[in-house]
Design a protein around this ligand. Structure first.
Ligand code: PRP
Length: 212
């Protein structure tokens, strides 16, 4: 049996829908329950539902053989996991955003609020911009509105959260989509099961692309 860690939240529904199209299905009853570990209908896979930033932790440590998580999280955690497949769901971007009209380049030492301290530090560091990173764990858009920070580094999907808080994108750092990740040892030791999962999911991703 393969254990697959799924990031709870924004991409969970699309990830399960994609896996379902690849023939890897969790029953409706299991999904309705509050159980955090459930098996697929054939007993070939066990799913664990964890916070996005914990997916690479479970996979890197081999507790989960595979995982579904955003590239944004992989960049931030720097986890040592294999990434055989771009799932082309959960499309969004990591961006710098600030209050409308703020000239970020004229702000001197920038105070940057973010859930992505490593990505933010690397981004501004590569440009030689001095920053103080303020780590937050959610509702990051509040920080510039309330004066905690000059700008934020955060995910932008539809752009609605920024717009409704009178913020705007200053710069896109990188694009992100969901990735299938695999533990290095599982890739070797459970090669047949992993290869079969990767092939099935890859087929579902490509079929989805042809249809869209
Ligand atoms: C994410 C992200 C933004 C928002 C962007 O937060 O951090 O706040 O979604 O989405 P949008 O561009 O479609 O508006 P999430 O919903 O994960 O909640 P959080 O603020 O608690 O991290």
């Amino acid at each position: 049996m393969l254990t697959i860690a799924i990031a709870k939240g924004r991409m969970q529904h699309d990830a399960l829908e994609l896996l379902g199209r690849a023939g890897v299905r969790v029953s409706e009853e299991a999904l309705r329950s509050r159980r955090l570990a459930v098996e697929d209908e054939e007993g070939r896979y066990r799913f664990i539902f964890v916070k996005p930033q914990d997916v690479p932790v479970y996979v890197e440590h081999g507790i989960a053989d595979c995982g579904v998580v955003g590239r944004d999280v992989l960049l931030e955690t720097g986890a040592d996991v294999l990434q055989p497949l771009d799932l082309r769901i959960g499309c969004c971007r990591l961006a710098v955003a600030a209050r409308k009209g703020l000239k970020v380049e004229e702000a001197g030492m920038l105070h940057v609020a973010t859930k992505y301290p490593r990505v933010a530090a690397a981004h501004f560091g590569s440009r030689g911009v001095p920053v103080e990173i303020i780590g937050l764990s959610g509702s990051v858009e509040l920080a510039p509105v309330l004066g905690l920070a000059d700008c934020i580094v955060d995910l932008v999907e539809t752009g609605r959260t920024l717009a409704e808080n009178e913020l705007e994108v200053v710069e896109t750092i990188t694009e992100s989509t969901a990735r299938l990740v695999v533990n290095r040892a599982s890739y070797q030791l459970k090669s047949a099961a992993v290869a079969s999962l990767v092939a099935a999911v890859s087929g579902a991703v490509n079929k989805g692309r042809e249809e869209s």
